[in-house]
Design a protein around this ligand. Structure first.
Ligand code: ADP
Length: 380
C-alpha cells in the first residue's frame, strides 16, 4: 500500500533515474534516430484520432458502431502518448508517469478488443459497399422490369377495354333493332331482350371503370386545387340524381390541396354518388374539412344504409360489393378508384360507418397551405 502511495506522490519525479541519454551508451545518431522516430510515430498517432473523431462528428447519424470508433481513437491516442514519453525520457525520466500511461493504454486496448469482439457478429452482417452497390443494381433492374411489365399491362388493359366495347355496342344495337322490328313480341321475350341490353350496359360501365382505374397516374405537375371547385364539378355531373332523390348537400369552405383537379372531381363524384345511391331515406350529405399540420382532412358524411364493421376493410378492393345488384347497381370499382387517386396524391382514405346510421369517408391530402400560413394570412 505504501508503495502505491509513494508511486502517486512521486508521479512526476525524475530524481531517481538518470535521463536516458546517460543510461548506457547512445551515439548522437542512434539517440536522434530513436527520438525522431518516436516523435513521428506520436505525431501520426495523435492525428489519426483527430481524423476519426472529425469523421465521426460528421457522419454520426449514418454510422453504426459509433462507440467502436471512440474506443479506437482513445486506444491510438494513448499508444501515441507512450511513444512521446519514450522520446521525453532522454531528458526527463518520469518513469512512474510512463508506467501509469502504459497501464491506461493496456486497459483501453483490452476494452477496445472486448468491444470489437462484441460487435463482430453484427459487423459481419453489415453489407459492404460493393455488396450494397450490387443490391442497388439488382433493385434498379427489377424496377426497370416492373415498369416495363406495367406499361405492357396498361397497354393491354387499354386495348382490351376498347376492343371489348365494340361487341357490347353491337349487342345493344341488335337487341334494340330486334325489339323495334318485332312490335308484337311476347312480353317475356321483351323482358329477356331488356335484360340482355341491361347486362351489356353494366359491362360497358365496368369496362369504362377498369379503364379509369388503370390510367390513374401520379399528377405530373403539383398544382393548388380548390377542393370546393372540384366538388362543384362532381355535383354538376350528379345533378339529375340529386334532384331525383331530393338530396340535401351541405359543403363548407374547404382547405385547398396540392394535386390534380380532374382526379379530385372524380374522387368526389364517386363518394357523393355512393352517398346518394346507398340511401333509403332522403339523403343528407355533409362535406366538412380541416387543416391538420400540412394535411387537409376532408370528411364526406351521409345518412345512408351504412357498412357493417366486418366489411369495411373490403370495400376499397376492386369488384367488392356488399349488396346485390338488384338492390343497388354498380361495378364495385368506384372506391378502388378513390383509393388509387388518394394514393397517387400521397394521401389516404378511411371509412367510419354504422349500419342504419350512415357513413363517413375521410380523405387526407397534402394541403396547399399549412395551418400557420393560413392563420398568418388572416391576421395580416
Ligand atoms: P359500387 O358503388 O360500384 O358498388 P364502390 O367501390 O363504389 O362500388 O363501393 C363498394 C361497396 O362499398 C358498395 O358496393 C357498397 O356496398 C359499399 N359502399 C360504398 N359507399 C357506401 C356508402 N356511402 N354507404 C354504404 N355503403 C357504401
Amino acid at each position: 500500500m505504501n508503495e502505491i502511495i509513494e508511486f502517486f506522490r512521486g508521479l512526476f519525479s525524475t530524481s531517481e533515474w538518470p535521463p536516458r541519454w546517460k543510461c548506457g551508451y547512445w551515439s548522437d545518431f542512434h539517440g536522434s534516430l530513436y527520438i525522431v522516430s518516436e516523435l513521428l510515430i506520436w505525431t501520426a498517432y495523435f492525428l489519426i484520432p483527430l481524423i476519426i473523431l472529425n469523421y465521426l462528428s460528421r457522419k454520426k447519424a449514418s454510422l453504426k458502431f459509433n462507440r467502436a470508433y471512440v474506443y479506437f481513437a482513445a486506444f491510438i491516442l494513448l499508444c501515441g502518448s507512450t511513444h512521446f514519453l519514450d522520446a521525453l525520457m532522454f531528458w526527463v525520466p518520469m518513469y512512474r508517469l510512463n508506467a501509469l500511461i502504459r497501464t491506461a493504454t493496456a486497459i483501453v486496448s483490452l476494452l477496445t478488443v472486448y468491444h470489437l469482439v462484441k460487435i463482430l457478429p453484427q459487423a459481419f452482417k453489415q453489407k459492404t459497399n460493393i455488396e450494397l452497390e450490387k443490391e442497388i443494381q439488382r433493385r434498379e433492374e427489377a424496377e426497370r422490369k416492373l415498369e416495363e411489365a406495367n406499361k405492357e399491362l396498361e397497354a393491354f388493359v387499354y386495348i382490351a377495354s376498347h376492343d371489348l366495347q365494340e361487341p357490347l355496342r353491337k349487342i345493344k344495337i341488335f337487341t334494340t333493332m330486334l325489339m323495334d322490328s318485332n312490335t308484337n313480341m311476347l312480353e317475356e321475350d321483351n323482358a329477356i331482350m331488356a335484360k340482355i341490353s341491361g347486362s351489356a350496359t353494366r359491362m360497358q360501365t365496368m369496362i369504362t371503370d377498369v379503364l379509369a382505374l388503370s390510367t390513374i397516374k401520379e399528377p405530373g405537375e403539383a398544382m393548388e386545387v380548390n377542393v370546393n371547385a372540384a366538388i362543384d364539378n362532381a355535383l354538376a355531373d350528379l345533378e339529375i340524381k340529386i334532384i331525383e332523390k331530393a338530396a340535401v348537400i351541405n359543403v363548407e369552405e374547404l382547405p385547398s390541396v396540392i394535386g390534380n383537379e380532374g382526379y379530385l372531381s372524380q374522387l368526389f363524384l364517386n363518394l357523393i354518388g355512393n352517398a346518394l345511391k346507398f340511401s333509403q331515406v332522403q339523403p343528407v350529405i355533409n362535406i366538412t374539412g380541416e387543416l391538420i399540420g400540412n394535411k387537409a382532412r376532408i370528411h364526406v358524411t351521409d345518412n345512408g344504409i351504412g357498412i357493417a364493421e366486418q366489411n369495411q376493410h373490403k370495400i376499397f378492393d376492386i369488384f367488392q360489393r356488399l349488396n346485390t345488384k338488384s338492390a343497388y347497381e354498380g361495378s364495385g370499382i368506384g372506391l378502388a378508384i378513390c383509393k388509387k387517386i388518394t394514393e397517387v396524391h400521397n394521401g389516404t382514405i378511411k371509412v367510419k360507418s354504422k349500419p342504419g346510421e350512415g357513413t363517413t369517408f375521410t380523405i387526407e391530402l397534402p394541403a396547399a397551405k399549412t395551418k400557420t400560413e393560413v392563420l398568418n394570412r388572416v391576421t395580416t
